[in-house]
Design a protein around this ligand. Structure first.
Ligand SMILES: [Zn+2]
Length: 150
């Protein structure tokens, strides 16, 4: 999956399990599953959306919520891409043995999107909305949002 989809699905898992530590672990695991299934990875340009999604999940549910820790667990495996991105390593889109996550170092296959890119983009945004809906991130009132961060 691409980062903002990982975040939304992790938040949905976090809502289901509630416990922050378990949400983090299952969110992390969901990243690996999400990487294996066929998907379209969107490039580094999605970074603001990833952090914006995390910020919104934090704002709506608070930092003690399952949603926040599930989303963080689901996103953080991709932090190991940052050094290679920063040095613009030409091999950074291939499995790199120096990485720890099995879908990033080739121990597990990383799914590739077999259809036109536009369908992959649409699937990403569909999963994003469904994930946030299941996480309850879209159905809080303004008062509940304010209460969550107080
Ligand atoms: Zn990944």
């Amino acid at each position: 999956m691409t980062g903002f989809v990982h975040a939304a699905l992790g938040a949905a898992i976090g809502r289901a399990v509630k416990n922050p530590a378990l949400a983090f672990v299952l969110g992390f695991g969901s990243h690996i599953v999400g990487d294996v299934v066929p998907h379209l990875d969107m490039d580094i340009g999605e970074t603001p959306l990833v952090f914006g999604t995390l910020a919104q999940i934090y704002r709506v549910h608070g930092w003690k919520s399952g949603q926040f820790w599930g989303a963080l667990g689901a996103v953080c495996p991709d932090f190991e891409h940052i050094p290679a991105e920063l040095r613009r390593d030409p091999t950074r889109f291939e499995p790199m043995p120096s990485k720890k996550v099995p879908t990033h170092n080739g121990q597990l296959p990383h799914g590739r999107w077999p259809f036109e890119d536009k369908w992959g983009v649409m699937l990403n945004f569909t999963l994003f909305i469904v994930g946030l809906y299941l996480a309850g991130t879209l159905d809080r009132t303004r008062e509940e949002v304010v209460a969550a961060i107080e």
